[in-house]
Ligand binder design. Structure first.
Ligand SMILES: [Zn+2]
Length: 256
């Protein structure tokens, strides 16, 4: 009994010395929601208003507010239902798919040269040659470098004409790259632009390919430059909307 107690005491001492999470290694990968948050040009912007704000009749401070938003603006998740009939909605994605190893594919140099660049299957192959094969359950993030333009709509989207999405220009994925990632069985694909399909896309083919495979997307992902190619664990937790086509998502990376 005595020995058991000693073992338990030394185990708890051990835990105290090596915390499970080093909080200095957390990276916040979501942008705030406010009047500057970038939405798709045809979507209503984020709305927020105060319902009560100040001392109550009884004398204590009381503040409450209401927000209204498209499911698909700012840093958000696209559920597979968004482009896949019969696929899971936001609340139906199990948390086991929303947490996983992050793999960051950096195509920022190519995107610098061509703002309509699309990640190729060869880019994915080059990443795997350098960092190992992308595995089932991975969360693959595409780094285009576009985060540096946030929240400048014109630079970020390529065009800031209100309610017009016909002249957008920003990088994304090619159909072949999306098919390869689907083949690998990844849980989700994220990007630091407004869409996984490039701005000029009219058929949103990568959305179609990934949704049909039950894969969710993360768009307008922040701080991709602060997460290494491999070794981080990603937590991408959307608002749990039953049957949702997506939702605002708080993404946190625990870096090595
Ligand atoms: Zn999307």
């Amino acid at each position: 009994m005595n020995r058991l107690w000693t073992l338990a005491a030394s185990a708890s001492l051990c835990l105290a010395q090596t915390p499970l999470i080093d909080r200095s290694k957390l990276v916040d990968m979501s942008y705030p929601f406010d009047g500057k948050t970038i939405y798709w040009p045809t979507a209503k912007p984020f709305e927020w208003h105060k319902d009560a704000w100040g001392p109550s009749a009884a004398g204590f401070w009381y503040a409450s507010a209401t927000f209204t938003t498209s499911e698909l603006g700012g840093t958000h998740l696209d559920s597979p239902l968004h482009f896949g009939q019969g696929q899971p909605g936001t609340a139906e994605i199990p948390v086991s798919r929303l947490v996983g190893p992050a793999k960051v594919i950096d195509i920022s140099a190519a995107c610098n040269r061509d703002r309509d660049y699309r990640l190729t299957a060869a880019d994915v192959a080059a990443f795997e040659k350098a960092h190992g094969r992308i595995a089932a359950g991975d969360l693959v993030l595409i780094r285009t470098g576009w985060g540096r333009f946030w929240p400048d709509r014109k630079k970020y989207l390529g065009d800031d004409t209100p309610a017009d999405a016909s002249r957008l220009s920003f990088p994304g994925l090619s159909r072949e790259a999306a098919m390869l990632l689907a083949e690998r069985g990844v849980s989700g694909v994220g990007i630091d632009t407004a869409s996984i399909d490039y701005g000029k896309s009219k058929d949103f083919i990568c959305h179609q390919v990934l949704a049909r495979a039950g894969i969710f997307n993360l768009e307008n992902v922040a701080n991709l430059d602060k997460v290494p190619a491999t070794g981080a664990i990603l937590f991408a937790l959307p608002v749990k909307i039953s049957g949702g086509t997506g939702g605002p998502v708080r993404i946190i990376a625990l870096t090595p």
